[in-house]
Structure formats: structure tokens, C-alpha cells
Write a protein that binds this ligand. Sequence first.
Ligand code: SAM
Length: 292
Amino acid sequence: MAYLGNSARTKEILAKYNMSAKKKFGQNFLIDDRILGGIIDAAGITEDDCVLEIGPGIGTLTQYLAESAGKVVSVEIDSSLLPVLDETLSGYGNVTVINKDVLKVDIDSIVSGYNSGRPVKVVANLPYYITTPIIMKLFESGAKIESVTVMVQKEVADRMAAAPGSKDYGSLSLAVSYYAKAEKVMDVPPGSFIPQPKVGSAVVRLIRYDRPPVTAADEKYMFEIIRQAFNQRRKTIANCLANNPSLGLTRQQVCDGLYKMGIDDKARGETLSLSQFAELSDILQSRDAMIN
Ligand code: SAM
């Protein structure tokens, strides 16, 4: 079994299988054992844990996970990596590799199937081209997930962990904050990967809430309001929501709703908190915002 986690071994494995990283699958392999150890620590992995990994690649992070967790289930889209994973994970009896597209698998049945209905921890160096769809799928699947500790593009980590009013705050910050408490754990330089990504990276930890911190009568409608409120960032929230074909609200209804909440109709979406969006969504949906 080959221990990975450094540049020489990664190059050796890639050369042995006559492979190079595939851009279309967002392949950037980790080669820094300090960062790999940092991810395991940040995720707080113990032998009681079952870990769901997305994109094991050549198995570098997977080896670290297999050393510390009770069980690891890794979903990899690229079938040409299977013989590599057979070799690099041969010493570990606690790893299962599923050769599928993570966006097409039933996350809930994987989680309940492999961990008897107990919550899993998700740990991954994510393919950056589909970071947001993966995170949203994990949360929206309803699967029992305790935490998500993932390497993402630095800018995306900043957006996930942003607070209202800050420059990075937007629909992703709000969507994540509905499901989890987000925290950026560490910045990771391009030199920690082969090949080096063109952007900076960061590890972010999302600790799943037992239940959402706010209640909206219609969650889907609230997310549509949020999406539209940030569709054109430089516009006021009233301008974004009024006469918007996907919402069907008049300017009067939107302004009355904002007035009812004591929000200036010149305010922008980035000044509203998640609970304000939940309240606004309930008011606008019931269309009882008209002031008599
Ligand atoms: N975990 C490895 C590491 O840290 O060195 C590789 C990480 S690499 C950034 C992303 C991995 O996700 C690649 O192995 C890639 O093939 C895989 N991947 C890309 N799209 C995927 C998808 N839709 N479903 C499952 N795996 C995917």
C-alpha cells in the first residue's frame, strides 16, 4: 500500500497508471500532509464515525479518513480511478468506493444504508465546479448528516460563512445558514495540490442544525425571495422583488410588506438577516401586506 499525501508519491502513482488530473472533473489532488491532518482534526473524526467522502481521487484524503474513522464511503465519478483506488486503499477494510455521480445518487439511502440510520460526517476536497449543487443536495436530501467539512474555493468559503451586511453575504450565505452553522477553518494555498488550482482554497466546516433556526410557512417561496433579492446585487430589494415574473408581486405589495417590518424600501438584500427574509416571505406570500 502506498502512502500518499506528498508530491513525490502522487506523481509516482499518476505516472504508474499513465494518468493526469482531469480538468472536467475538477481534479486537484492534495499533496500536503499538514493540510490533510488539519482536515481530519477540523472534522473531529473518531473511530465511532462513518464518513461520506465525495471524490476520493487517487485516495489521498481517503487514507487519512480510513485511519481515523470506523467506516468510509467514497463516491467517485471517474471510473478510470478505480484501479488506482484498489491499490492505494488495499490495506483498509473499512472503505467502500461507489463509482457514481454524487449529484445523481440517493444520498439519504447511502447514509441510512451504510450507517444504520445514524448521522454521518461528510468530508471532502470538493470538485470546485459543482460545490454549491453538492452542498445544497446534501442538505436538501434530508439525509442524517451531522457535519460537512470540505475544501472549497476560498471565495466560496467566505460567502458561506459571511454575516449580513458584509460584502460576501448573499443567497449562498443565507441558504447555508438555514441548515448549518458555517465556520471557515483554514486557508489553503495553491501549492498544496497537484495540479495547482488558479484560485485560493479554504476548508469550511458546516455543523448541521437539528432544525432550521427560522420558520417560514413556505421554505421554497422564501428561497425564491432570497434568490430574487440577490439577482441584481446593486438594486434595492424593492426593485428586485416588485413586478418580478417569478414572484407576481406589485411594487405596492412589496413596499407595504417592507413597511410592515420597519424596513426602508431603499434597503438592499444584503442588509436583511435570515429571520427577516423568513418574515418577509410569510408577509408577501399571504399578500396581506396592504395597509388600510
Ligand atoms: N480527494 C482527492 C484529493 O483530495 O486529492 C481528490 C479531490 S479532487 C478536488 C475532486 C474529486 O471529485 C475528483 O476525484 C473528481 O473525479 C471527483 N468528482 C468530480 N465530479 C464528481 C461527481 N459529480 N461525483 C463524484 N465525484 C466527482
